[in-house]
Design a protein around this ligand. Structure first.
Ligand SMILES: [Zn+2]
Length: 163
């Protein structure tokens, strides 16, 4: 289980320290591409993690500012899970991962970097990714630029939306 949770232990971090809530602010800015917002659903949106564990590390986030999973409405729960499922389809088509980790850190003790606004991590995995990209002093080397990943995932996402 240590291994499982280590995948998203490095939660969303911002440097320099961002004042405010990125998960509230980013969707309100209407700069989706710049903010790497991949998709807007009814109750939740999907955003690329700026400090990904792996390329294609996504997060599904409710628009509503809450840290309480148990406070999610039926609509938020449904949208979060549907968007997680769609994220998996999109990642499979665009990047052919061999597995996924999916989960949440609730509370700082559990490793949440943005503990005041909950978010569901969807992390694609490839055989050997732990070996060739070791975690070094809290920084992980990701071989693919965020821009390129975003473009690839955006076109994959649109291919499903049209179908
Ligand atoms: Zn928020």
């Amino acid at each position: 289980m240590d291994h499982l949770f280590a995948t998203w232990r490095m939660d969303y971090i911002t440097t320099p320290k961002y004042e405010g809530c990125i998960f509230c602010d980013f969707p309100s800015e209407n700069r989706d591409e710049e903010r790497y917002i991949l998709h807007r659903g009814r109750a939740c949106f999907v955003i690329l993690n700026l400090y990904p564990y792996n390329p294609g590390h996504l997060m599904v986030v409710p628009y509503r500012h809450t840290h309480l999973y148990e406070s999610l409405t039926d609509e938020e729960c449904l949208d979060m899970n549907r968007l997680a499922a769609r994220s998996i389809q999109v990642l499979k088509r665009a990047m052919a991962p061999e597995g996924f980790n999916m989960g949440m850190n609730l509370g700082k003790t559990a490793g949440a970097g943005m503990e005041e606004h909950l978010h569901l991590h969807v992390v694609p995995r490839w055989n050997g990714d732990n070996n060739f990209m070791p975690v070094v002093t809290d920084t992980r080397v990701v071989p693919e630029a965020l821009d390129a990943t975003f473009k690839k995932l955006k076109s994959s996402w649109l291919s499903f939306s049209v179908a």
